[in-house]
Design a binder for this molecule. Sequence first.
Ligand code: SAM
Length: 349
Amino acid sequence: MTTVDPVPPTVDPAPPPSMRLRELVFGAACAAAVRAAVRLGVADALGDTPATAEDLAAAARTEPRTLRRLLRALSCQGVFTENPDGTFSHTEMSRLLREDDPHSLRYIALWCTEPWTWNVWPKLDEAVRSGRNVFEDVYEEEFFTYLNEQAPESAYVFNRAMTTSSRQSAQDVAALLDLTGASSVADIGGGQGHVLASLLERHPALHGTLLDLPGVVENADPRLRDGGALASRVRVVAGDCRESLPVRADVYVIKNILEWDDDSTRRTLANVRAAARPGARVVVIENLVDDTPSMKFTTAMDLLLLLNVGGAKHTRRSMVDRLTDAGLVIGEIRPVNAYLHAFECTVPA
Ligand SMILES: C[S@@+](CC[C@H](N)C(=O)[O-])C[C@H]1O[C@@H](n2cnc3c(N)ncnc32)[C@H](O)[C@@H]1O
């Protein structure tokens, strides 16, 4: 039988630097614990009533003693809480791991801890030294090619994670963009099309194009696909925006794309300029590393972008420089929400 501590262990909210550093270098254990909880469905198995590790183990089909250890490690981080009688309850963070939570971060948690990430993090020193991605040395392929052709499970997780992020920001983007006078919009690298669908739902006369890689658009949002509510106003294009951009639109939206290597950014913006008529709008939306309330998350993502695509999260200055180099005329730079900024640009005559 599993023994239960009568009182949950206390967690020091402000450990001394020597302990804080020890905790920091064990960051991988935290990430792995969250990933394991998601994959085992522990948060889904726990409802509103506190449950014992034995109950949860039966639902998740695990060993009770090892599940209890996992729950104890997570509870120290505020993901689940251990009650004085040894049962476990949800916290705000653990609820976000449930698949059915309206603000679920399940796929973001999986995405940030996918198997390939564990192979590239140990090479961060190499990437910092060379300034290049290490992904291609490890996997002998470009990141997105690997993802879509070799790692279907990771690609599924990535697309669901991007849709999660888009779902949370799509309404903010739709509210910000004044599309008065525009009859068409194109979302370049628009993932499964959540942002585009929000724009089309808000503007009933608007037509839209979704362009992304073939493996991504074949699973586009059902509203955009044949038979979907918005399908008659949508063109879905499978393509590589660095190669060509066969899309004419009044407004081009480019959200969270231009954080890959500079050459890809240059080629994409050159293709937008070549495809667009003079006066067309180009709205680039990014998380800025120098203007965000979430520095720990954004700087971590910035390093992961270095490792996988040789990219970076932009500063306001670096984004302005890339857009100016592409010959776009930059207008207003506005916050979309606390995490995203929109750079309003125009294609010159
Ligand atoms: C970080 S996600 C952003 C997705 C979406 N714009 C959003 O904000 O949710 C990057 C997207 O770029 C797409 N992508 C990567 N390489 C591409 C390429 N060469 N051409 C077109 N899309 C590409 C990916 O498939 C993915 O959907």
